[in-house]
Design a protein around this ligand. Sequence first.
Ligand code: UT7
Length: 326
Amino acid sequence: MGIRIVGTGSYIPEKVLTNFDLQKMVDTSDEWIQVRTGIVERHIAPDDMCTGDMAVKAAEKALEAAGIDGSEISAVIVATTTPDYNFPNTASLVQRSIGAVSAFGFDISAACSGMIYSLELAYSLLLQKKYRYVLLCGAEKLSCITNWQDRNTCVLFGDGAGAVILGRDDSCDSGQIASDLHIDGNYREILQMPAGGSRNPASHETVEKRMHYIHMLGRETFKLAVNAMTGACRKVLADAGMEGSQVKLVIPHQANKRIIEAVAQRIGVQKEQVFINVNKYGNTSAASIAICIDEAFRGGLLRTGDVILLVAFGSGLTWGAQLLRA
Ligand code: UT7
């Protein structure tokens, strides 16, 4: 029995924020941002568009690509760090909007590793005969938790959404080949949004102290990311008895081009095997891998049956890799 990617979609908001725009907002330069991160521009969602709205648009495209109706979806999983509300979950908005009347659904909070975690669950679910299609969305409106006065972080993030539908298909041998997932709470503080939850509920004080924004120790995060992502990639390749050269496409979480290149070099894959679009969208956290998968399929870089290696790292710390036959 095979499980394959039957459809993908993505949605990127129209408004572009370039490095030159940011130069007018904080003490930074296009050169600094490009050299240190590889980012040229990012997209920002309008005020009246939330994470769920973008997830819905991506999901609709994925359904169209799969040629199936929302009512055929068994489960809706939305990975996000910027849900529309604490509750109800964002999955319920997607479920309602696409008419997934037979589905159950939930959100996953694993920051930038959300898609890697979601895939683990989706493959497990689809081993059960009662589930046929699982819709996975990665969606973020990071612009609403970005401190536009902090040059250390505001140049990094962008908005967007991606969607992937996995389906059982008895006629193929696609599926999960190996996976390696982790969480380590010892570094919770290096990347977090300190207020808005039950630890520091929203108050005048939390707003004044700008605690409702992303706080990150960049250099520490960078080093941990390279090591963790490299380790996870090596583990799944070893478990599968494969070399990096046998992978059609490596799709890493898009946080920083230098992180991606460092990991690629350490696991022995060629530049041409690595998908990069951080230049166009910045870091879209849980959305980034789903957007990449969609662009890779639509751009003809990926086809059903190809072996792909997905790897991510994010707040938590959470990280992991998925080696899949698409
Ligand atoms: O999504 C998952 C997790 N996130 C990540 O994986 C992100 C990981 N971190 C990074 O990508 C990088 O660490 C950054 C891009 C955030 C920073 O790059 P870096 O090469 O690690 O720079 P740095 O933090 O070591 O800062 C170097 C200098 C500092 O100045 P001093 O202290 O050396 O005088 C910063 O103040 O660059 C300064 N700086 C900037 N200068 C111009 C920091 N941000 C900016 C900026 N423009 N936007």
